[in-house]
Each structure stands twice: as C-alpha cells, then as structure tokens.
Design a protein around this ligand. Structure first.
Ligand SMILES: [Zn+2]
Length: 96
C-alpha cells in the first residue's frame, strides 16, 4: 500500500537534551573583602567577588562615594566661580 509509507509522517528524533534553560547552580567562591568562603546559587555568569554582607557594604560605599564625588565637584565648581568673581573684582578699577 502506498498510503502506509506516508502515514508514518515525520519522525521526531530526540538528540539528547538540548534545553537552553538557564539553571542556577551553586557556586563556591571566597569573598575578596572578608575572605569568607561563600556558596550561593548563581546563574551562569561571572563569579561574584563579595559575600552577601560585603556586597551590601560595597554598594553602600559606592553610593556614598558617588555622593561625595558629586558634592566635591559642586564645591570645586562653586569655589572656582567665586575665585573668578574675586579676580574680576580685583581687576576692576576702584570706583570712587
Ligand atoms: Zn565578605
């Protein structure tokens, strides 16, 4: 029978597991800040360098450093402007 061969249709052949699902796997590393060994479930990617506690501290420090830098920038800008004003005033001929 001719129909029977066609009735089989497509065959699905399994080529093993080709799943691309990312799975979190426990990764062990040593915190570069406190030296504590840490194991955490991580998705594929760079290994973290800080333990949870130190990461929180680092984040806080980073935010603080950003704030400090912004403040320093503002102060410098203000001082510069003040300095320029003073120089301009000094250059002006005295008004009688
Ligand atoms: Zn740490």
């Amino acid at each position: 029978m001719e129909g029977e061969a066609g009735a089989q249709g497509h065959k699905t052949i399994a080529h093993g597991v080709t799943s691309r699902t990312l799975t979190a796997r426990p990764v062990s590393y040593t915190c570069v800040r406190c030296g504590m060994p840490e194991t955490t479930d991580r998705y594929p990617g760079p290994t973290p360098r800080y333990c949870g506690a130190c990461k929180a501290i680092r984040d806080a420090e980073d935010a603080d450093a950003d704030r400090r830098a912004a403040r320093a920038r503002m102060r410098r800008l203000r001082q510069q402007r003040k300095h320029e004003d003073e120089e301009r005033a000094a250059r002006l001929p005295p008004v009688f």
